[in-house]
Design a protein around this ligand. Structure first.
Ligand SMILES: Cc1cc2nc3c(=O)[nH]c(=O)nc-3n(C[C@H](O)[C@H](O)[C@H](O)COP(=O)(O)OP(=O)(O)OC[C@H]3O[C@@H](n4cnc5c(N)ncnc54)[C@H](O)[C@@H]3O)c2cc1C
Ligand SMILES: *[C@@H]1O[C@H](CO)[C@@H](O)[C@H](O)[C@H]1NC(C)=O
Ligand SMILES: *[C@@H]1O[C@H](CO)[C@@H](O)[C@H](O)[C@H]1NC(C)=O
Ligand SMILES: *[C@@H]1O[C@H](CO)[C@@H](O)[C@H](O)[C@H]1NC(C)=O
Length: 322
Protein backbone atom coordinates (compact mmCIF):
# COMPACT_ATOMS: atom_id res chain seq x y z
CA UNK A 1 0.00 0.00 0.00
CA UNK A 2 1.32 3.46 -0.83
CA UNK A 3 2.17 5.30 2.35
CA UNK A 4 1.08 8.89 2.91
CA UNK A 5 1.78 11.38 5.69
CA UNK A 6 -0.82 14.15 5.86
CA UNK A 7 0.37 17.24 7.76
CA UNK A 8 -2.56 19.06 9.37
CA UNK A 9 -5.81 18.02 11.05
CA UNK A 10 -8.03 20.93 10.01
CA UNK A 11 -10.93 20.40 7.64
CA UNK A 12 -8.48 20.34 4.69
CA UNK A 13 -6.19 17.66 6.14
CA UNK A 14 -8.98 15.48 7.54
CA UNK A 15 -11.01 15.55 4.33
CA UNK A 16 -7.95 14.88 2.16
CA UNK A 17 -7.04 11.96 4.40
CA UNK A 18 -10.58 10.55 4.28
CA UNK A 19 -10.73 10.57 0.49
CA UNK A 20 -7.22 9.11 0.18
CA UNK A 21 -8.22 6.40 2.66
CA UNK A 22 -11.18 5.46 0.46
CA UNK A 23 -8.71 5.00 -2.42
CA UNK A 24 -6.66 2.57 -0.36
CA UNK A 25 -3.69 4.68 0.77
CA UNK A 26 -2.05 3.91 4.12
CA UNK A 27 -2.24 7.19 6.03
CA UNK A 28 -0.72 8.81 9.09
CA UNK A 29 -1.90 12.30 10.08
CA UNK A 30 0.59 14.48 11.96
CA UNK A 31 -0.53 17.80 13.39
CA UNK A 32 0.27 20.38 16.01
CA UNK A 33 -3.47 20.81 16.66
CA UNK A 34 -6.13 18.08 16.65
CA UNK A 35 -9.96 18.24 16.73
CA UNK A 36 -11.01 19.46 20.16
CA UNK A 37 -8.18 22.00 20.44
CA UNK A 38 -9.01 25.71 20.47
CA UNK A 39 -6.10 27.88 19.35
CA UNK A 40 -5.65 31.01 17.26
CA UNK A 41 -3.31 29.05 14.97
CA UNK A 42 -5.96 26.39 14.23
CA UNK A 43 -8.71 27.85 12.06
CA UNK A 44 -11.19 25.05 11.53
CA UNK A 45 -13.02 25.03 14.90
CA UNK A 46 -13.83 28.75 14.58
CA UNK A 47 -15.78 28.70 11.34
CA UNK A 48 -19.43 29.73 11.19
CA UNK A 49 -19.95 26.88 8.83
CA UNK A 50 -22.33 27.58 5.99
CA UNK A 51 -22.20 26.54 2.35
CA UNK A 52 -22.65 29.57 0.10
CA UNK A 53 -20.09 29.79 -2.68
CA UNK A 54 -18.00 32.95 -3.09
CA UNK A 55 -16.84 31.81 -6.55
CA UNK A 56 -17.55 34.37 -9.29
CA UNK A 57 -18.96 33.33 -12.70
CA UNK A 58 -15.48 33.19 -14.27
CA UNK A 59 -13.87 31.33 -11.34
CA UNK A 60 -14.65 27.86 -12.63
CA UNK A 61 -11.92 26.12 -10.63
CA UNK A 62 -13.32 27.48 -7.34
CA UNK A 63 -16.82 26.54 -8.49
CA UNK A 64 -15.67 22.95 -9.00
CA UNK A 65 -14.17 22.86 -5.50
CA UNK A 66 -17.42 24.12 -3.95
CA UNK A 67 -19.71 21.94 -6.05
CA UNK A 68 -18.29 18.68 -4.73
CA UNK A 69 -18.92 19.60 -1.10
CA UNK A 70 -22.47 20.71 -1.87
CA UNK A 71 -23.41 17.18 -2.92
CA UNK A 72 -21.58 15.54 -0.05
CA UNK A 73 -22.99 17.89 2.61
CA UNK A 74 -26.54 17.23 1.39
CA UNK A 75 -25.89 13.50 1.65
CA UNK A 76 -24.52 13.91 5.19
CA UNK A 77 -27.44 16.15 6.23
CA UNK A 78 -29.85 13.42 5.12
CA UNK A 79 -27.98 10.26 6.06
CA UNK A 80 -25.47 11.02 8.83
CA UNK A 81 -26.91 13.16 11.64
CA UNK A 82 -23.74 12.46 13.66
CA UNK A 83 -21.81 14.67 11.21
CA UNK A 84 -23.51 17.80 12.57
CA UNK A 85 -24.69 19.16 9.21
CA UNK A 86 -28.31 20.30 8.95
CA UNK A 87 -30.69 22.11 6.67
CA UNK A 88 -31.67 25.74 6.91
CA UNK A 89 -34.29 27.28 4.75
CA UNK A 90 -35.52 30.87 4.63
CA UNK A 91 -38.57 31.80 2.68
CA UNK A 92 -39.09 35.21 1.07
CA UNK A 93 -41.95 35.97 3.51
CA UNK A 94 -39.55 35.64 6.44
CA UNK A 95 -37.30 38.54 5.46
CA UNK A 96 -37.28 41.07 8.30
CA UNK A 97 -38.72 44.56 7.87
CA UNK A 98 -36.30 47.16 6.58
CA UNK A 99 -34.45 44.79 4.25
CA UNK A 100 -34.74 45.29 0.53
CA UNK A 101 -34.42 41.76 -0.68
CA UNK A 102 -33.80 38.17 0.27
CA UNK A 103 -33.37 34.78 -1.29
CA UNK A 104 -35.22 31.58 -0.95
CA UNK A 105 -32.74 28.79 -0.85
CA UNK A 106 -31.91 25.52 0.79
CA UNK A 107 -28.45 25.19 2.23
CA UNK A 108 -26.66 23.57 5.11
CA UNK A 109 -25.06 24.76 8.33
CA UNK A 110 -22.13 22.83 9.69
CA UNK A 111 -21.61 22.47 13.44
CA UNK A 112 -17.90 22.67 12.94
CA UNK A 113 -16.53 21.01 16.10
CA UNK A 114 -18.93 18.16 15.69
CA UNK A 115 -18.04 17.76 12.01
CA UNK A 116 -14.28 17.70 12.72
CA UNK A 117 -14.84 14.99 15.31
CA UNK A 118 -16.99 13.08 12.83
CA UNK A 119 -14.18 13.15 10.24
CA UNK A 120 -11.72 12.08 12.92
CA UNK A 121 -13.94 9.14 13.92
CA UNK A 122 -14.31 8.03 10.28
CA UNK A 123 -10.54 8.10 9.88
CA UNK A 124 -9.85 6.24 13.11
CA UNK A 125 -12.37 3.57 12.07
CA UNK A 126 -10.47 3.19 8.80
CA UNK A 127 -7.19 2.55 10.62
CA UNK A 128 -5.58 5.96 10.13
CA UNK A 129 -3.11 6.86 12.87
CA UNK A 130 -2.75 10.32 14.37
CA UNK A 131 0.36 11.86 15.89
CA UNK A 132 0.44 15.18 17.68
CA UNK A 133 3.69 16.91 16.81
CA UNK A 134 5.02 20.16 15.40
CA UNK A 135 7.21 20.04 12.33
CA UNK A 136 9.85 22.70 11.85
CA UNK A 137 10.65 21.44 8.37
CA UNK A 138 8.59 19.43 5.94
CA UNK A 139 11.32 16.80 5.58
CA UNK A 140 10.57 15.65 9.14
CA UNK A 141 7.35 14.12 7.78
CA UNK A 142 9.51 11.40 6.23
CA UNK A 143 10.22 9.97 9.68
CA UNK A 144 6.63 10.06 10.95
CA UNK A 145 4.65 7.40 9.08
CA UNK A 146 3.20 4.80 11.46
CA UNK A 147 4.95 1.98 9.53
CA UNK A 148 8.33 3.48 10.44
CA UNK A 149 9.13 3.65 6.73
CA UNK A 150 9.54 6.67 4.49
CA UNK A 151 6.14 7.67 3.01
CA UNK A 152 5.61 7.71 -0.76
CA UNK A 153 3.82 11.03 -0.54
CA UNK A 154 3.47 13.95 1.86
CA UNK A 155 0.28 16.05 1.81
CA UNK A 156 0.71 19.58 3.17
CA UNK A 157 -2.51 20.90 4.73
CA UNK A 158 -0.96 23.36 7.16
CA UNK A 159 -3.45 26.22 6.70
CA UNK A 160 -2.34 29.63 7.83
CA UNK A 161 0.83 28.25 9.41
CA UNK A 162 2.19 27.70 5.89
CA UNK A 163 3.09 31.39 6.20
CA UNK A 164 5.14 31.07 9.34
CA UNK A 165 7.01 27.83 8.89
CA UNK A 166 10.71 27.83 8.29
CA UNK A 167 12.19 26.94 4.93
CA UNK A 168 10.02 28.07 2.03
CA UNK A 169 7.57 30.34 3.89
CA UNK A 170 4.63 31.13 1.62
CA UNK A 171 4.27 34.91 1.88
CA UNK A 172 1.13 34.85 -0.25
CA UNK A 173 -0.73 33.47 2.75
CA UNK A 174 -2.36 36.06 5.02
CA UNK A 175 -4.95 36.03 7.81
CA UNK A 176 -8.54 37.24 7.42
CA UNK A 177 -9.62 37.73 10.98
CA UNK A 178 -13.10 36.64 12.00
CA UNK A 179 -14.59 37.32 15.42
CA UNK A 180 -17.78 35.55 16.46
CA UNK A 181 -19.78 34.74 19.58
CA UNK A 182 -21.17 31.41 20.64
CA UNK A 183 -24.36 31.96 22.67
CA UNK A 184 -26.74 29.53 24.36
CA UNK A 185 -29.71 31.36 22.81
CA UNK A 186 -31.25 29.44 19.94
CA UNK A 187 -32.01 31.27 16.69
CA UNK A 188 -34.89 29.81 14.69
CA UNK A 189 -33.10 30.21 11.37
CA UNK A 190 -29.84 31.04 9.63
CA UNK A 191 -29.63 34.72 8.66
CA UNK A 192 -27.09 36.90 6.98
CA UNK A 193 -26.70 40.59 6.24
CA UNK A 194 -23.64 41.46 4.20
CA UNK A 195 -23.28 45.18 4.82
CA UNK A 196 -23.30 47.20 8.00
CA UNK A 197 -23.48 50.97 7.40
CA UNK A 198 -20.40 52.73 8.80
CA UNK A 199 -18.50 49.52 9.53
CA UNK A 200 -16.66 48.23 6.48
CA UNK A 201 -15.73 44.54 6.61
CA UNK A 202 -18.22 43.82 9.37
CA UNK A 203 -21.32 41.78 8.63
CA UNK A 204 -24.13 40.11 10.52
CA UNK A 205 -24.66 36.41 10.42
CA UNK A 206 -26.59 34.05 12.62
CA UNK A 207 -25.91 30.34 12.38
CA UNK A 208 -27.87 28.08 14.72
CA UNK A 209 -25.99 24.99 15.89
CA UNK A 210 -27.62 21.61 15.54
CA UNK A 211 -26.57 20.68 19.11
CA UNK A 212 -28.12 23.92 20.49
CA UNK A 213 -26.86 27.49 20.69
CA UNK A 214 -26.01 29.92 17.92
CA UNK A 215 -22.93 31.42 16.29
CA UNK A 216 -23.18 35.18 15.77
CA UNK A 217 -20.72 36.94 13.48
CA UNK A 218 -18.72 38.54 12.20
CA UNK A 219 -15.82 40.27 10.55
CA UNK A 220 -13.61 39.97 7.46
CA UNK A 221 -10.48 41.80 8.60
CA UNK A 222 -7.56 41.08 6.29
CA UNK A 223 -3.97 41.08 7.58
CA UNK A 224 -4.98 41.27 11.23
CA UNK A 225 -3.11 38.57 13.23
CA UNK A 226 -4.52 39.59 16.62
CA UNK A 227 -6.03 36.89 18.82
CA UNK A 228 -7.47 39.48 21.26
CA UNK A 229 -11.23 39.70 21.65
CA UNK A 230 -12.64 43.12 20.71
CA UNK A 231 -15.47 43.42 23.27
CA UNK A 232 -16.94 46.57 21.69
CA UNK A 233 -17.29 44.57 18.50
CA UNK A 234 -19.01 41.76 20.44
CA UNK A 235 -21.56 44.29 21.72
CA UNK A 236 -22.17 45.59 18.20
CA UNK A 237 -22.60 42.05 16.88
CA UNK A 238 -25.14 41.13 19.57
CA UNK A 239 -27.18 44.31 18.96
CA UNK A 240 -27.23 43.69 15.21
CA UNK A 241 -28.17 40.06 15.66
CA UNK A 242 -31.09 40.97 17.93
CA UNK A 243 -32.29 43.58 15.45
CA UNK A 244 -32.70 41.02 12.68
CA UNK A 245 -33.51 38.02 14.87
CA UNK A 246 -35.46 39.10 17.98
CA UNK A 247 -36.47 35.52 18.73
CA UNK A 248 -32.96 35.02 20.17
CA UNK A 249 -34.35 36.34 23.45
CA UNK A 250 -37.94 35.13 23.16
CA UNK A 251 -39.79 31.90 23.83
CA UNK A 252 -37.72 29.32 25.69
CA UNK A 253 -34.55 31.39 25.28
CA UNK A 254 -32.84 33.34 28.07
CA UNK A 255 -34.10 36.95 28.28
CA UNK A 256 -30.69 38.28 27.29
CA UNK A 257 -27.72 36.95 25.36
CA UNK A 258 -26.12 34.11 27.30
CA UNK A 259 -22.52 33.99 26.08
CA UNK A 260 -20.64 30.69 26.00
CA UNK A 261 -17.51 32.07 24.36
CA UNK A 262 -16.01 34.92 22.34
CA UNK A 263 -14.20 33.42 19.34
CA UNK A 264 -11.39 34.77 17.20
CA UNK A 265 -10.27 32.81 14.16
CA UNK A 266 -7.94 33.56 11.28
CA UNK A 267 -9.07 32.41 7.83
CA UNK A 268 -6.12 31.27 5.72
CA UNK A 269 -6.33 33.73 2.82
CA UNK A 270 -3.95 33.44 -0.10
CA UNK A 271 -3.10 35.91 -2.85
CA UNK A 272 -3.92 34.12 -6.09
CA UNK A 273 -6.29 31.68 -4.38
CA UNK A 274 -5.75 28.31 -2.72
CA UNK A 275 -2.62 26.30 -3.49
CA UNK A 276 -3.34 22.84 -4.80
CA UNK A 277 -0.43 21.26 -6.61
CA UNK A 278 2.24 18.59 -6.44
CA UNK A 279 5.89 19.51 -6.00
CA UNK A 280 9.07 17.42 -5.92
CA UNK A 281 11.12 19.05 -3.17
CA UNK A 282 14.75 18.00 -3.28
CA UNK A 283 15.84 16.17 -0.16
CA UNK A 284 12.19 15.69 0.87
CA UNK A 285 10.22 13.88 -1.84
CA UNK A 286 6.84 14.45 -3.48
CA UNK A 287 4.63 16.88 -1.61
CA UNK A 288 1.02 17.72 -2.46
CA UNK A 289 0.03 21.17 -1.19
CA UNK A 290 -3.55 21.89 -0.15
CA UNK A 291 -3.92 25.16 1.77
CA UNK A 292 -5.14 28.73 1.58
CA UNK A 293 -8.90 28.28 1.15
CA UNK A 294 -9.65 31.55 3.01
CA UNK A 295 -13.30 31.86 4.04
CA UNK A 296 -14.33 28.79 2.07
CA UNK A 297 -12.39 25.97 3.72
CA UNK A 298 -15.45 23.89 4.59
CA UNK A 299 -17.45 24.43 1.45
CA UNK A 300 -14.44 23.70 -0.77
CA UNK A 301 -13.05 20.87 1.38
CA UNK A 302 -14.43 17.99 -0.69
CA UNK A 303 -13.59 19.40 -4.08
CA UNK A 304 -10.05 20.24 -2.95
CA UNK A 305 -9.59 16.80 -1.40
CA UNK A 306 -10.78 15.18 -4.64
CA UNK A 307 -8.08 17.11 -6.45
CA UNK A 308 -5.52 15.87 -3.89
CA UNK A 309 -6.60 12.30 -4.69
CA UNK A 310 -6.19 12.99 -8.43
CA UNK A 311 -2.69 14.39 -7.88
CA UNK A 312 -1.76 11.50 -5.57
CA UNK A 313 -2.83 8.94 -8.17
CA UNK A 314 -0.83 10.73 -10.85
CA UNK A 315 2.30 10.91 -8.69
CA UNK A 316 2.05 7.51 -7.03
CA UNK A 317 0.04 4.66 -8.41
CA UNK A 318 -1.37 2.86 -5.39
CA UNK A 319 0.56 -0.32 -4.86
CA UNK A 320 -1.39 -3.48 -4.07
CA UNK A 321 -2.89 -3.84 -0.62
CA UNK A 322 -1.52 -7.37 -0.31
C1 LIG B 1 -14.90 33.22 11.84
C2 LIG B 1 -14.73 32.27 10.68
C3 LIG B 1 -15.85 31.90 9.94
C4 LIG B 1 -15.72 31.00 8.85
N1 LIG B 1 -16.85 30.61 8.18
C5 LIG B 1 -16.76 29.69 7.17
C6 LIG B 1 -17.94 29.25 6.51
O1 LIG B 1 -19.05 29.65 6.83
N2 LIG B 1 -17.79 28.34 5.50
C7 LIG B 1 -16.55 27.87 5.11
O2 LIG B 1 -16.48 27.07 4.19
N3 LIG B 1 -15.42 28.27 5.75
C8 LIG B 1 -15.50 29.19 6.76
N4 LIG B 1 -14.35 29.63 7.37
C9 LIG B 1 -13.04 29.25 6.82
C10 LIG B 1 -12.56 27.89 7.28
O3 LIG B 1 -12.67 27.79 8.67
C11 LIG B 1 -11.07 27.70 6.85
O4 LIG B 1 -10.91 27.94 5.47
C12 LIG B 1 -10.61 26.28 7.16
O5 LIG B 1 -10.90 25.93 8.49
C13 LIG B 1 -9.11 26.10 6.92
O6 LIG B 1 -8.79 24.77 7.24
P1 LIG B 1 -7.34 24.17 7.14
O7 LIG B 1 -7.48 22.72 7.38
O8 LIG B 1 -6.71 24.63 5.87
O9 LIG B 1 -6.50 24.90 8.31
P2 LIG B 1 -6.48 24.67 9.91
O10 LIG B 1 -7.82 24.33 10.43
O11 LIG B 1 -5.82 25.89 10.49
O12 LIG B 1 -5.57 23.41 10.13
C14 LIG B 1 -4.18 23.45 9.98
C15 LIG B 1 -3.60 22.19 10.56
O13 LIG B 1 -2.20 22.13 10.25
C16 LIG B 1 -1.47 21.86 11.42
N5 LIG B 1 -0.12 22.40 11.26
C17 LIG B 1 0.26 23.58 10.68
N6 LIG B 1 1.60 23.71 10.71
C18 LIG B 1 2.08 22.61 11.31
C19 LIG B 1 3.38 22.15 11.64
N7 LIG B 1 4.45 22.87 11.35
N8 LIG B 1 3.52 20.96 12.25
C20 LIG B 1 2.43 20.20 12.55
N9 LIG B 1 1.18 20.59 12.27
C21 LIG B 1 1.01 21.77 11.65
C22 LIG B 1 -2.27 22.53 12.52
O14 LIG B 1 -1.89 22.04 13.80
C23 LIG B 1 -3.68 22.11 12.09
O15 LIG B 1 -3.94 20.79 12.52
C24 LIG B 1 -14.44 30.52 8.49
C25 LIG B 1 -13.32 30.88 9.26
C26 LIG B 1 -13.45 31.74 10.34
C27 LIG B 1 -12.25 32.10 11.14
C1 LIG C 1 3.79 23.52 3.44
O1 LIG C 1 4.01 24.32 2.33
C2 LIG C 1 4.36 25.65 2.64
C3 LIG C 1 4.46 26.43 1.37
O2 LIG C 1 5.36 25.83 0.49
C4 LIG C 1 5.65 25.69 3.41
O3 LIG C 1 5.93 27.02 3.79
C5 LIG C 1 5.52 24.85 4.64
O4 LIG C 1 6.77 24.75 5.25
C6 LIG C 1 5.01 23.45 4.30
N1 LIG C 1 4.70 22.76 5.52
C7 LIG C 1 5.56 22.09 6.24
C8 LIG C 1 5.07 21.43 7.46
O5 LIG C 1 6.72 21.97 5.91
C1 LIG D 1 -22.21 32.38 4.71
O1 LIG D 1 -21.29 33.03 5.55
C2 LIG D 1 -20.45 33.98 4.93
C3 LIG D 1 -19.60 34.57 6.02
O2 LIG D 1 -18.69 33.61 6.51
C4 LIG D 1 -21.25 35.03 4.19
O3 LIG D 1 -20.41 35.93 3.49
C5 LIG D 1 -22.26 34.40 3.26
O4 LIG D 1 -23.05 35.35 2.64
C6 LIG D 1 -23.10 33.43 4.08
N1 LIG D 1 -24.16 32.86 3.26
C7 LIG D 1 -25.42 32.70 3.68
C8 LIG D 1 -26.34 32.13 2.70
O5 LIG D 1 -25.78 32.97 4.80
C1 LIG E 1 8.13 14.17 -9.47
O1 LIG E 1 9.09 13.19 -9.86
C2 LIG E 1 8.51 12.03 -10.46
C3 LIG E 1 9.58 11.00 -10.71
O2 LIG E 1 10.85 11.53 -10.74
C4 LIG E 1 7.78 12.44 -11.75
O3 LIG E 1 7.17 11.30 -12.34
C5 LIG E 1 6.71 13.44 -11.38
O4 LIG E 1 6.04 13.90 -12.56
C6 LIG E 1 7.30 14.66 -10.65
N1 LIG E 1 6.22 15.52 -10.18
C7 LIG E 1 6.24 16.85 -10.24
C8 LIG E 1 5.04 17.56 -9.71
O5 LIG E 1 7.19 17.48 -10.66
Amino acid sequence: MSKVVVIGAGVAGLTSALLLLKEGYDITIVARHLPGDLDIEYTSPWAGGNWSSFALPHETLLQDYDKAAYGEFHRLAKEAPEAGIWYQELSVEEIPEGYDYGFKFLSVVISTSRYLNYLWAQLAKGGVSFKRCTLSHISEANGLHSSGKKPDLIVNCTGLLAYKLGGVEDKNVYPIRGQTLLVRNQASKMMECDQVPGYPNELVYIMPRVEGGTIIGGTFWANDWSSNVDYDLSERMMKRALAICPDLIEGNNPSEMDIVRHNVGLRPGRIGGPRLEAENISGVGTVIHNYGAGGAGYQSSYGMALKVVGLAKKEKKITSKI
